[in-house]
Design a protein around this ligand. Structure first.
Ligand code: ADP
Ligand code: ADP
Ligand code: ZN
Length: 215
């Protein structure tokens, strides 16, 4: 079966919407950012290689990322397709993906640059279940306790600061955004307005999916 790609700038809401789409489709979420952070915290050589790029807000080299995805898609739970979050981010990655997996649709969450800094600088998440929160836009009900799994102690990402955000946006516009045309030419690109409430964005994404599937 085919996979779904969640596309958009850093902080667009890919991880947030992944939870909604996962609940609907049952596809497992595959986030290259999460995989790289896990590798980093385990101190693996892959994590060490990726570290300086991530800290600088630059893309990790294609060879590393493509290897990571190739292995992940071989796992049993990926046999019916996955929900890709943060991959592909370059044309080379999209070409590599085409060789190993069918893409059902690329769902793009469109958010203007001027919104991104606030979203990223207020982001925190649950280290246990991965639920994503925001200081003002989507806070936990009780401070530091996850609404989803009751875990105590939320975490913030080292790269979620203003300096890194501008490099990440630059990388997005120069290296990742060209994929919008690349996938449009293949009839796979569907954009929704991501500059609205989380629930509304989720509804739009699910509508695109159900229309596509003729439901
Ligand atoms: P991405 O995975 O694309 O980097 P996230 O899902 O982590 O984005 O969202 C970035 C931040 O913005 C998080 O703090 C999240 O709670 C918040 N956020 C996500 N979607 C919205 C939205 N539609 N409106 C306001 N804030 C949002
Ligand atoms: P964001 O919230 O910016 O979408 P991610 O968690 O997806 O963040 O990615 C964090 C960092 O990990 C990126 O800034 C980049 O350094 C690296 N990274 C993640 N996915 C990729 C990818 N597909 N290609 C290259 N680098 C990646
Ligand atoms: Zn949790």
């Amino acid at each position: 079966m085919a996979s779904i790609v969640l596309f958009g700038p850093p902080g667009a809401g890919k991880g947030t919407q992944a939870a909604i789409i996962m609940a609907e489709t049952g596809l497992p979420q595959v986030s290259t950012g999460d995989m790289l952070r896990a590798a980093l915290s385990q101190g693996s050589s892959l994590g060490m290689e990726a570290k300086s790029f991530m800290e600088a807000g630059k893309l990790v080299p294609d060879s590393i990322i493509i290897g990571l995805i190739e292995n992940r898609l071989k796992e049993n739970d990926a046999s019916n397709g996955v929900l890709l979050d943060g991959f592909p981010r370059t044309i080379a990655q999209a070409e590599a993906l085409m060789e190993i997996e069918e893409v059902e649709v690329v769902l793009s969450i469109e958010v203007p640059d001027e919104r991104i800094i606030k979203r990223i600088c207020g982001r925190y998440s649950c280290p246990q279940c991965g639920a994503v929160y925001h200081d003002s836009f989507n806070p936990t009900t009780s401070e530091d306790i996850c609404d989803n799994c009751s875990h105590h102690g939320m975490k913030r990402r080292a790269d979620d600061n203003e300096e890194t955000v501008s490099s990440r946006l630059k990388a997005y516009h120069s290296q990742t955004r060209p994929l919008a045309d690349w996938y449009s030419q293949r009839g796979l690109f569907q954009a929704v307005d991501g500059d609205r409430d989380i629930e509304l964005v989720g509804q739009s994404l699910l509508k695109v999916l159900s229309e596509l599937r003729g439901e």
